[in-house]
Design a binder for this molecule. Structure first.
Ligand code: NOJ
Length: 535
């Protein structure tokens, strides 16, 4: 397939230097004691985020919803959910955040609504409405109409999330629900998408993370029509809101960035091996486990049975795919997210976490820190299903969505509500980490993460701008950034060594924990060590 041209490659520059931080608003900070996080609580914690050094926060959906998929089932795109606060409070939050130098990115659930959305309720009663995909017979994957309309609708994720109709790339007279992308329903949905974005951009937000971004146009080989749609949106943004960005939940930046996105995440799906690159870093077989994932050792594991080869190959493929429009969009590397195990999961805890951040925050991808990972909050196993958190027998997302641990007081400082009224229980572990304790301890993980963020932000060569030369993909991981910085990371329990060429022997350690180099170029990396040197 020939590569589509990159639209408006210039784009805004700020994402290149961004340090993203993902917030699950339900669980971040509760200001009114109802047990659920809210905008006012988050606003009061902006000082912490600024202190940490993050430059943009992404909030998972905070719109009116019946919450059967934690807000990914939107009932009204233009109104915030009462439990978080009003539209005005969200605007206040974005204003306050900007004063701290932090941008706010919202979640845009573009591919589906809730089955309680007025558009769907109307569509389920009116055979002439085409905002959704309706079949006149029971077809595979379709669900029976809940309304007066006879027929079946196509869901996008859970059955309560009917797919919005953006058309099909291929028509078939035998399947009349395959409408062309320029039919009336798809046109109305594209217009509504712009209307939603326009409202929140006017309220001060800086862009959107687009949920299931590849899912819009159905039966779309090579994502040709889906890409056309997103390039159209990027063009519209560039004209009307040139500072705003679109980040895809696609899982394959090599494909999605040329489709128009300013960024996309390495995820547990997408790309060669369907998520293999991210899993090869973090997935140690505990926490959220999908039955389809082949068992494999990950690199960031104390036993040291993994390899960086898979990730580095995925990285190179991405760099090659984006080479003709450098800077137009970025690959984003998350520590975790609300659908995945946290970084601290199963046997990976404590001193094993800092090496992972040393890698993530010095790699040329854009880093995304999942709330609480910066203090080593753990994936909490064994929770009940909460708002659709369970996706499989071993796949419960609730364990990654527990309340932020702010201090050592009741409910870890998250909320003044009785413990049984919290959105999810706080990690019950007696030694659970918290922000206040770690902020007071300069040797804590939180301080390491803060120093690494500061280092990245003060040396553009450590960020997306600097070149990358990988010298060793085993243990320890060794690479050069911008021809000037040498990074060494050993996430296994056993020490590891590597022989540097003389020209790579560093002079100064900018950050070092358990790593030193001999004048002959031998790197000695103790177990769970990391360092950033200057040559
Ligand atoms: C991806 C979101 O990250 C996930 O939480 C959600 O359940 C699905 N999309 C459906 O919207």
């Amino acid at each position: 397939m020939t590569r589509p041209p990159m639209p408006n490659p210039a784009g805004p520059e700020w994402p290149a230097d961004a340090v993203l931080y993902q917030i699950y608003p339900q669980s971040y900070a509760d200001s009114d004691g109802d047990g659920i996080g809210d905008f006012a609580g988050l606003t009061a914690r902006l000082e912490y985020l600024a202190w940490l050094g993050v430059s943009a926060v992404w909030l998972t959906p905070c719109f009116d919803s019946p919450f059967r998929d934690a807000g990914y089932d939107v009932r009204d795109y233009l109104t915030t959910a009462a439990r978080y606060g009003s539209n005005e409070e969200l605007a206040k939050l974005t204003d306050a955040a900007r004063r701290y130098g932090i941008r706010v990115v919202l979640d845009l659930v573009a591919g589906h609504t809730s089955d309680q959305h007025p558009w769907f309720l109307a569509s389920a009663d009116d055979p002439a409405d085409h905002r959704y995909i309706w079949s006149d017979r029971a077809a595979e994957g379709f669900v029976a109409s809940p309304g007066r309309r006879a027929g079946w609708y196509r869901p996008n994720f859970f059955d309560c999330q009917p797919a919005l109709n953006y058309g099909y790339a291929r028509q078939d007279p035998a399947e009349p629900w395959r409408q062309p992308i320029d039919a009336e329903g798809p046109r109305a949905n594209r217009a509504a998408l712009r209307e939603t974005m326009a409202q929140w951009l006017a309220a001060g937000v800086s862009g959107f993370r687009v949920d299931m971004a590849s899912s819009l146009v159905k039966d779309d080989p090579g994502f040709t029509e889906t890409g056309r749609l997103w390039r159209e949106m990027r063009g519209w943004l560039a004209e009307r809101h040139p500072d705003a960005i679109l980040l895809a939940e696609w899982g394959d930046p090599a494909v999605s960035v040329p489709m128009g996105f300013h960024g996309d995440f390495f995820l547990h799906f997408g790309g060669p091996g369907d998520g293999a690159a991210l899993r090869s870093l973090w997935h140690n077989g505990t926490g959220t486990v999908d039955e389809t994932w082949p068992p494999a050792a990950c690199y960031f594991d104390a036993d040291g049975a993994g390899s960086m080869e898979t990730f580095v190959a995925a990285w190179q493929r991405t760099v090659d795919a984006l080479a003709d429009a450098p800077g137009s969009g970025h690959a984003i590397l998350p520590t975790a997210n609300h659908d995945l195990s946290r970084l601290a999961c199963g046997p990976r805890t404590g001193e094993q976490l800092a090496p992972a951040f040393a890698f993530q925050l010095t790699w040329p991808s854009v880093p995304a820190v999942y709330y609480g990972d910066e203090i080593g909050m753990r994936y909490v196993p064994g929770l009940p299903d909460k708002e659709g958190s369970v996706l499989g027998p071993q796949y419960n997302r609730a364990g990654s969505r527990t309340p932020m641990q702010w201090d050592s007081g009741p409910n870890a400082g998250f909320s003044t509500a009785p413990a049984d009224r919290l959105y999810l229980p706080v990690d019950p572990a007696a030694d659970r980490p918290d922000v206040a304790t770690q902020r007071a301890d300069t040797g804590s993980l939180l301080h390491v993460v803060r120093r690494l963020i500061a280092l990245r932000r003060s040396h553009p060569a450590l960020g997306t701008h600097g070149s990358l030369e990988v010298l060793h993909t085993g243990y320890p991981l060794v690479y050069l950034r911008g021809g000037r910085f040498l990074v060494v990371v050993n996430p296994r329990r056993e020490p590891a060594r590597f022989a540097l060429e003389q020209r790579h022997v560093p002079r100064t350690a900018l950050i070092a924990h358990g790593v030193h180099t001999d004048p002959d170029g031998t790197v000695h990396a103790e177990g769970f060590s990391y360092a950033v040197f200057e040559l």
